[in-house]
Design a binder for this molecule. Structure first.
Ligand SMILES: C[S@@+](CC[C@H](N)C(=O)[O-])C[C@H]1O[C@@H](n2cnc3c(N)ncnc32)[C@H](O)[C@@H]1O
Length: 369
């Protein structure tokens, strides 16, 4: 090995060391944000700040010494600001800067990211089962990822569904929009509905539509029913505990949707076949899934660093847990979905011109003409 190449190796090594140290700080950001979100620290700081560790502990029913450590850590991490750093530890006052408040507290903002920390905490929850699965080739059931993943996932997509689905995305498909506005009231089937926010968003934007949400996960069905009840929409949004790939799932719908769930399914072709049959009489089918690149490249596109992360820890193991699986993973490329849709009997798959950083929208053609 010559001198230049060993120099290059050392530089590469040093860059990698630096990167891993930064990644460790990033991991601590995520898990300490998880604590701050779950324990209500950010909400209390937003409502009462600047405050001391004792005041924050008293507002949140927590233990002062832990709270003080967390406040100091958050400040050093650049998430919180301290008003008077030279003051005695228990007298220092901390605050949440306005921009960070929107990201960590404002659940109606499209920039709200606190649930991402919850999802990451959920994704690592069954780490031992994931290790075992990598050796055995078996799957890890969705419930193993717990309330953290289920609720984090629902909260992460909630704002988009409430603020964009019925007011931007669906109105950009004129024939679907017209049908959802028209009489007789349109019927929508929402496959893999999770926490139910997509159905709630559609029902709020289109006051006549009736939505049936279907999900395989019992706890998600309970979560969705609670969210629907809180939104006062029980008359128009019904949630069912069903496997979308079950061929006995029947009905006639004007619109059939599947938001960020086809890649999670053990049998996506079976589910798409059901979706086709639900839309058979003049309905439309729309799928939203991750905006990954058209093909594998060493650099990946701008969202693949994250999508591969979910895939390795969560989506691929989950997609292998429910019976024989085609083993898709989060990185479901457009060609893969097109192939699944063709196998399910759809005539064609079109990519819709809906602009979103994380998601791509597909319309699956039911009628061939
Ligand atoms: C990533 S979550 C997305 C949930 C929701 N659509 C959203 O965007 O927040 C995937 C959901 O698909 C559901 N799912 C997976 N396979 C399914 C199947 N075969 N039938 C019905 N639901 C399924 C899971 O239980 C989970 O709730």
């Amino acid at each position: 090995m010559n001198h230049t190449s060993s120099d290059a190796i050392e530089k590469d090594r040093d860059r990698f060391v630096e990167r891993l140290l930064k990644s460790t700080a990033g991991a601590f950001d995520i898990f300490t944000i998880y604590l701050g979100d779950r324990l209500g620290f950010y909400r209390a700081l937003s409502a009462h700040g600047p405050i001391t560790s004792e005041e924050l502990a008293s507002h949140t029913g927590t233990y002062e010494r832990y709270v003080r450590e967390w406040l100091e850590q958050q400040t050093v991490a650049g998430i919180l600001k301290v008003e008077d750093e030279a003051a005695a530890a228990r007298s220092r006052r901390y605050r949440l800067p306005a921009g960070h408040r929107e990201v960590l507290v404002d659940r109606d903002s499209l920039n709200y990211l606190a649930p991402l920390a919850q999802m990451v905490a959920g994704a690592v929850r069954p780490m031992h089962q994931v290790l075992k699965a990598y050796r055995s080739g078996k799957g890890v059931p969705y419930p193993y990822y717990g309330a953290e993943f289920r609720e984090g996932q629902a909260a992460m997509n909630r704002t988009m569904f409430l603020r964009q689905l019925g007011t931007e995305w669906l109105p950009s498909i004129p024939d679907v929009h017209r049908r959802l506005m028209a009489d007789p009231p349109a019927r929508v089937a929402d496959i893999g509905c999770g926490g139910g926010w997509s159905g709630i968003g559609m029902a709020q934007a289109y006051p006549k539509v009736q939505v049936d949400g279907y999900d395989l996960d019992e706890a998600s069905v309970e979560l969705a029913r609670g969210n629907v009840a809180d939104a006062g929409l029980e008359e128009r949004v019904r949630i069912h505990h069903r496997d979308a790939a079950d061929p006995s799932l029947r009905g006639r719908y004007d619109l059939v949707t599947a938001f960020e769930c086809v890649h999670d399914m053990a049998d996506p072709v079976g589910a798409l076949r059901t979706m086709l049959s639900l839309a058979r009489d003049g309905g439309s089918v729309m799928v939203m899934d991750e905006r990954v690149g058209d093909r594998f490249t060493a650099r990946g596109n701008e969202v693949e660093w994250m999508m591969y992360g979910w895939s390795v820890l969560h989506c691929l193991p989950v997609g292998k847990a429910d019976g024989p699986s085609v083993e898709t993973g989060t990185v479901m490329r457009p060609e893969t979905l097109k192939q699944y849709a063709a196998e399910a009997g759809f005539c064609d798959t079109e990519i819709l011109p809906i602009d979103n950083f994380f998601f791509r929208f597909y319309r699956l053609k039911v009628l061939c003409r």
